[in-house]
Write a protein that binds this ligand. Structure first.
Ligand SMILES: NC(=O)c1ccc[n+]([C@@H]2O[C@H](COP(=O)([O-])OP(=O)(O)OC[C@H]3O[C@@H](n4cnc5c(N)ncnc54)[C@H](O)[C@@H]3O)[C@@H](O)[C@H]2O)c1
Length: 268
């Protein structure tokens, strides 16, 4: 298949690019390289552009057409919860604007298959030890809201012109498929812990009144390589799906069990 990966130079995107290449797919990437690192995906053509810029639509459409792209995996988004609280309009512009522009370009280029990176932050402060896929979606910050709006948009484009989309709601991605692909974002949990240890300091643990053995928050994590597998599995089902947006992770649990198993999530 010929696949375009938006945010392909990012942490999760680069893992998916590597898996796609390994099985012989032709892969291109779109990335503005704000948090993306080109060295993660050597040999892959990276079209450097900001998806949220309205002018990106004709350029994207041309990229899709020229490379005869059959499907898009969409990772490109801003993802810092605190920043989204401070700059909500910018988060919507980036995350919803970027997805809207992508879908406009896909429609104009006749590309119908899309895997969309949503987030378990769409559930907000869900109560209970596990969150079922059909739990109410009540995001509590602009980041989570933008991800949920994106799901609605994917579904609406399915109704309007036949986009076949699947939205994956994942939480707490960690690990690395190789040194080159590691997560270097200093605001993500595992790099933050390692940074503290590197400096000879203990990791800071916030929250002491959760209903857990020591009062601290307990989370499950999904390994980024398992998550990358789940994206390929999602991609491979799209041709046989009816148009519309399919939610997340029930079917993906066979591929990456931790994708759908969260225990007491306590942040977006
Ligand atoms: N990391 C997690 O724990 C986690 C959890 C749930 C959902 N997600 C979602 O997964 C996706 C990828 O996350 P990640 O951890 O790999 O983050 P990342 O920041 O490493 O990757 C995002 C990539 O998209 C690019 N990008 C962002 N906005 C763009 C824009 N407007 N135009 C072009 N490129 C743009 C960045 O430069 C970067 O390469 C995001 O959509 C995020 O919301 C991540």
């Amino acid at each position: 298949m010929r696949i375009l990966v938006t945010g392909g130079a990012g942490y999760i995107g680069a893992h998916v690019v590597e898996l796609l290449q390994a099985r012989g797919d032709e892969v291109g990437a779109v990335d503005d390289l704000i948090t993306g690192i080109p060295e993660r995906i050597p040999g892959v053509v990276i079209h450097e552009l900001d998806l949220a810029d309205t002018h990106s639509v004709p350029r994207l459409s041309e990229i899709l057409t020229t490379a005869r792209i059959e499907a898009v995996v969409h990772f490109a988004a801003r993802k810092q919860v605190l920043e989204s609280v401070q700059r909500p309009a910018w988060y919507f512009q980036q995350n919803i604007g970027g997805l809207s522009n992508l879908i406009l370009a896909m429609e104009s280029a006749g590309v119908r298959n899309l895997v969309y990176s949503s987030s378990a932050s769409v559930y907000g402060n869900a109560v209970g030890a596990q969150i079922a896929e059909d739990a109410p979606t009540v995001p509590v910050n602009p980041y989570g809201m933008s991800k949920l709006q994106g799901e609605y948009l994917v579904a609406a484009a399915g109704t309007a012109w036949g986009l076949r989309g699947v939205s994956l709601r994942y939480f707490n991605v960690a690990g690395a498929g190789s040194d080159r692909l590691g997560d270097r974002a200093v605001l993500n949990l595992v790099p933050m812990i390692l940074e503290r240890l590197d400096q000879g300091e203990s990791p800071l643990v916030f929250g002491a009144d959760y209903d857990t053995p020591d009062g601290s928050c307990v989370r499950d994590y999904v390994h980024v390589s398992d998550l990358a597998d789940a994206h390929l599995a999602a991609l491979d089902t799209l041709d046989s799906r009816p148009p519309g947006g399919t939610r997340s992770s029930t079917w993906a649990r066979d591929w990456a069990p931790a994708c759908w198993r969260w225990w007491r999530p306590c942040a977006g």
